[in-house]
Write a protein that binds this ligand. Structure first.
Ligand code: COA
Length: 330
């Protein structure tokens, strides 16, 4: 087979979330909010929170192990590991290298990719290129976050939204179907809308940055909301078209789990019924780069995606960024 004909597909997917549950009722005791407001404005009922001694690589490792098992692939066979995250264990080394070591994936290259909540789909698109080009046969793509560690638990505008978790997918050469099209985009002019201001080279950590709480995430929720509603349907349609398909050909939709109102607006634009859209943010909140692979793993496990189905994954997030993949499930 010539390299031009190589196809990439997802051969195994799995997720892992920490045990501790934080409910809306728990949050009522922490900030001025209430369960009804959170549910009606976001759809979220509870989220998972990593233990104090648990880092992003710990969650990533558990999801990775399970995904390898699903794909029936040994870690030693991996050529590349990509971890999409905005909450790495450390600035460096890359979280992907920590996961590589724990898995014993000796021959794998490893790097992190940062594209906010679009990170997993960005990483999936990257893996697709390596596989299609013939550079690698077996790639592990992980979306993993411990957003609780960069959340200001006194800020009701953000602390109700986010949670921790990880999802992983094995991308390999497949004979037919698989990942048909990827669409990636960015608009850096919206970078101010969602950020962690300090701790980087612009504002290195000092006592003052910590006292001013600049090491926590900050968000202009309303602006992000408008952007998300606009971009989700648009990028999904673009990837469907790029795959040579029509909107009607799509069987199942896995949107980034940020807000049910955003998801419903996108589903409407794509003319999808409720049964065709996967929603689990009631249980996990927004887990950023982990949200789409967790949703994908749960949808597959629940039997809602079958061989031959055309599915679309769509993410949006900090950057601003967006990304969509159209996949014929194998
Ligand atoms: N509990 C109760 N009231 C709250 C609240 C909370 N947790 N958070 C905000 N409010 C208040 C606001 O202070 C505001 O009050 P005011 O009108 O007196 O100023 C009011 O509720 C409405 O705020 P607004 O920001 O207009 O609400 P909204 O309908 O836009 O919903 C979000 C807020 C954050 C839920 C919504 O904007 C959103 O989901 N945005 C996208 C966020 C996102 O997805 N980010 C991640 C991207 S990957």
């Amino acid at each position: 087979m010539g390299n031009q004909l190589r196809r990439a597909g997802i051969t195994g997917v799995a997720s892992y979330v920490p045990e501790k549950i934080l409910t809306n009722q728990d949050l009522e005791k922490m900030v001025d909010t209430d369960d009804e407001w959170i549910k009606s404005r976001t759809g979220i009922e509870e989220r998972r929170i990593a233990a104090e001694d648990t880092a992003t690589s710990d969650l990533a490792y558990r999801a990775a192990e399970a995904a390898l098992e699903e794909a029936d692939l040994a870690a030693e066979e991996l050529d590349l590991i990509i971890v999409a995250t905005v909450t790495p264990d450390m600035v460096f080394p890359a979280t992907a290298c920590l996961v590589q070591d724990r898995l014993g994936a000796e021959k794998a290259a490893a790097f992190d990719l940062q594209a906010g909540c679009s990170g997993f789909v960005y990483a999936l698109a990257t893996a697709t290129q390596f596989v299609k080009a013939g550079a690698y046969d077996n790639v592990l793509v992980i979306g993993a976050e411990t957003l609780s560690k960069i959340t200001n638990w006194e800020d009701r505008n953000t602390c109700i939204l986010f949670g921790d978790g990880a999802g992983a997918a094995v991308v390999q050469v497949v004979e037919s179907g698989g990942i048909l099209a990827n669409v990636l985009g960015a608009d850096g002019s919206g970078g101010e809308l969602l950020k962690v201001p300090a701790g980087g080279s612009r504002q290195p950590t000092t006592i003052e940055t910590v006292q001013n709480e600049l090491h926590y995430m900050q968000m202009e929720g309303n602006q992000v909301f408008k952007f998300a509603v606009r971009i989700m349907g648009k990028s999904a349609l673009k990837s469907i078209e790029k795959a040579g398909l029509q909107r009607e050909d799509i069987d199942f939709f896995i949107p980034h789990q940020a807000n049910t109102r955003i998801i419903n607006a996108a589903a409407k634009r794509l003319k999808l019924s409720e049964e065709q859209v996967f929603v689990n943010l009631d249980k996990y909140g927004n887990t950023s780069a982990a949200s789409i692979p967790i949703a994908l793993a749960e949808a597959v496990e629940a039997g809602r995606i079958n061989k031959g189905d055309n599915i679309v994954l769509v993410g949006f997030g900090a950057g601003l960024t967006w990304a969509a993949s159209t996949i014929e499930w194998i």
